[in-house]
Design a protein around this ligand. Structure first.
Ligand SMILES: [Zn+2]
Length: 255
């Protein structure tokens, strides 16, 4: 069975067939899904999906692109949701310097506040980090700490940077990008990262693996990602499937 550690089934890309698609997962070998929030609205929708589907858990959090929306009241709202047993994590939170906005100082502040929240609630964190490796490492080192549960989702950095995150005790999330022809850096990182530190993810509807690149992604494509990782690491697909399933269950505290 597969565990999709990061998906966005609240996205409008699934409006036409969400029920049918999610309803098919148990019989298609998708054991669990964690649906990540990115704003207050999508965190709320994540919770609604978690209420409806036993195999789906929610993460609640404010993505760096919405960092400026996190005020005192919003923080209280997030805190109040963390006692829900179907809330598996705080996320996705982090830093994204690809665009000029919001200002990095605003992003770092929202990131710190949410790391504190997760620490206080004893929940794992799902980290979004793009073009911001240094500040992500620095903020997590000082604000969150070593050997606490964190996954660097959709990992896009080098093998050397992977080592720095692994040294802090964190996990690495790998999705469709590892199947892309031009993804040399991510492939090198995957070869290097120990199997017990890897999570499978889709980030759907985005980042469909080859040969479906550019189309709508879903958890049903996870076997393609597992196959690619298995080939890179000289393992069987089943070994990758089973290990990442176990890793994700342990990480999110799901029995
Ligand atoms: Zn995401």
């Amino acid at each position: 069975m597969f565990f999709d550690s990061h998906a966005h089934y609240d996205d409008k890309a699934f409006d036409a067939d969400r029920e049918q698609l999610l309803g098919s997962f148990p019989e298609k070998g998708i054991g669990y899904v964690v649906n990540a929030g990115a704003s207050f609205a999508s965190s709320e929708r994540s919770l609604e999906l978690a209420d409806k589907y036993p195999f789906l858990y929610a993460a609640v959090g404010i993505h760096p692109e919405h960092a400026q929306t996190l005020d005192e009241k919003g923080l209280e709202w997030l805190r109040s949701r963390l006692s829900d047993p179907k809330v598996a994590a705080v996320g996705e939170i982090g830093l994204d310097y690809y665009w000029d906005e919001p200002d990095p100082l605003i992003q770092i502040e929202a990131f710190r506040l949410q790391l504190d929240l997760a620490k206080e609630a004893g929940k794992p964190v799902i980290i979004h980090s793009r073009d911001a490796a240094r500040d992500t490492l620095e903020t997590m080192r000082t604000e969150y700490g070593k050997d606490r549960p964190a996954v660097i989702h959709c990992f896009s950095y080098s093998k050397e940077t992977a080592r720095e995150f692994l040294d802090l005790g964190y996990l690495i999330g790998i999705g469709g990008v590892v199947t892309f022809k031009n993804a040399r850096k991510v492939k090198e990182a995957v070869e290097y990262i120990p199997l017990d530190r890897l999570l499978l993810e889709t980030d759907c509807p985005y980042l469909a693996p080859d040969p479906f690149r550019g189309r709508r992604n879903s958890s049903l494509n996870l076997p393609l990602v597992a196959a690619r990782i298995a080939a890179l690491k000289g393992l069987t697909e089943e070994e990758v499937e089973e290990a990442t399933f176990r890793n994700a269950k342990r990480f999110y505290g799901i029995d």
